[in-house]
Design a protein around this ligand. Sequence first.
Ligand SMILES: NC(=O)c1ccc[n+]([C@@H]2O[C@H](COP(=O)([O-])OP(=O)(O)OC[C@H]3O[C@@H](n4cnc5c(N)ncnc54)[C@H](OP(=O)(O)O)[C@@H]3O)[C@@H](O)[C@H]2O)c1
Length: 243
Amino acid sequence: MAVVTGASRGLGRAMAVALAEAGADVALASRAKVELEETAHQAEAHGVRALVLPTDVSDYAAVERLMGETASALGRLDVVVNNSGIAKVAPLAEARIEDWQAIVGVNLSGVFHGCRAAAPYLIRQRAGKIINLASVLAAVGLPGYTMYAATKGGVISFTKALGVEWARHNIQVNAIAPGWFVTDMNEAAFADPKIHERLTRDIPARRTGRPEEIGPLAVYLAGPGSDFMTGQTIFLDGGHTAA
Ligand SMILES: NC(=O)c1ccc[n+]([C@@H]2O[C@H](COP(=O)([O-])OP(=O)(O)OC[C@H]3O[C@@H](n4cnc5c(N)ncnc54)[C@H](OP(=O)(O)O)[C@@H]3O)[C@@H](O)[C@H]2O)c1
C-alpha cells in the first residue's frame, strides 16, 4: 500500500490514481479533505481501498500520525510518495522570511518528515519504496524561484544520501524531478501567453507535461522493477535539462 502526500490535486492525485490502477491501496494526505475525497473516489474506482487522512506535512507529529494510522488500517506500509509542495515566486530581494520558512517547511521538511516517520515500518519489514518530488528547477536556474530551487536541490541530495543509507535495509529511495506540468501551482503564470512561450521555449518537446504522464514512472519506482535503482533522480521534463 502507498501513502501519497499532496494527493488532493495535480501530480499527487495523478500518481495516487495510477498507483491504485496498478493495484495498490492508497492513503491520501494533504490539508484539503473534500479534494482528497475526490481522489479517493477515483482510486476506489480501480477496486482498491483509499484512506483520506488530512495532514499538514510541515507538522512532524501529524506525519507520524499519518504513517501510524495508515499502517494500522491497511496492515502495512510499502510506498511513501513525498509529493506535497508549494512555490512562491518572488525576486530574492523582495522575498519574505515567512515565505522562505513555509517553502522549506513543506518542500524540504515535509520530505524529511515523511521518510523519518515511515522509517520504523519500512526498516522493520526490510522492504520499502520512497519517491520524493524534486524539480527541474533544482538543475536549471530561473529568476524568482530561488527559494523553491533550494528546497528541490535539497530533495535531490537528501534522496541520494538516504538511498545509500537505506540500501542495507532493502529500501529504495528515488526522486522524480518533473519539468513543467500545468497544475494549480503554476496555471496563472501559464495563462499568460508570453510566459507560456518563454517557459516552453526551453523544452525540446515544445510542450508541457500532462499529469497522466507521471503516473507510469511512479508505478515503476513503487514496484519490484526498480529494486536495483536507488538514490537516483529521474528528470521527467520533455528534455529540458538535457538541452
Ligand atoms: N507542476 C509542475 O510543473 C511541477 C514541476 C516540478 C516539480 N513539481 C512538484 O510536484 C509536486 C506536486 O506539484 P503540483 O504541480 O501537483 O502542485 P499543486 O497542484 O499545487 O499541488 C500541491 C499539493 O501539495 C499539497 N500541499 C501543499 N501544502 C501542503 C501542506 N502544508 N501539507 C500537505 N500537503 C500540502 C496540496 O494540497 P492541500 O492544499 O490540500 O494541502 C496539493 O495537493 C510538488 O512537490 C511540486 O513542487 C511540480
